[in-house]
Design a protein around this ligand. Structure first.
Ligand code: 4NP
Length: 152
């Protein structure tokens, strides 16, 4: 079974959204995959996803309610086949804490949706509701790209 860890800064907006979207879409595609999310920072550990992320996700049929924020741990580098960062800061932080031998598992999530012409999922935390819609648009596209990659 393939295992995927989605990573952002707080683990309350982007990566829990990615966890829920990819869980739903990979299940619909019949993929057997282990899915979790985590943050590079520890500020929100133990809390549920941002209410705006929960509401925006639910409006598209994604349930984020059971997710609780956690920080990336050393063991995650061994447990997961792919550690997928939402932006360049997350990518750099992940790589700085990793053994060189695991660097090929650490990638930008949007690398699976090259048609977007974007590298990063913008941090929606300090913005308005439209930011959460964009997060969902980008994550849905990259999820489908990742499913195609894993199915190939
Ligand atoms: P996330 O968004 O990384 O997508 O979960 C953020 C959540 C919280 C903060 C920053 C980004 N914060 O600074 O508390």
């Amino acid at each position: 079974m393939v295992s995927v860890l989605f990573v952002c800064l707080g683990n309350i907006c982007r990566s829990p959204t990615a966890e829920a979207v990819f869980r739903a879409r990979s299940a619909a595609a019949g993929l057997d995959v282990e899915i979790e999310s985590a943050g590079t920072g520890a500020w929100h550990v133990g809390t549920e996803p941002d209410v705006r992320a929960q509401a925006a996700g639910l409006a598209r049929g994604y349930d984020l309610t059971a997710i609780r924020a956690r920080q990336v741990s050393d063991r995650d580098y061994e447990r997961f086949d792919l550690l997928l960062a939402m932006d360049h800061d997350n990518l750099a932080t992940l790589k700085s804490r990793a053994q060189k031998t695991t660097h090929d598992r650490i990638r930008l999530f949007l690398s699976f949706a090259p048609e977007l012409g974007l590298n990063a999922v913008p941090d929606p935390y300090y913005g308005g509701d439209q930011g959460f819609e964009e997060v969902l648009d980008l994550i849905e596209a990259a999820s489908d790209g990742l499913i195609a990659h894993l199915s190939a």
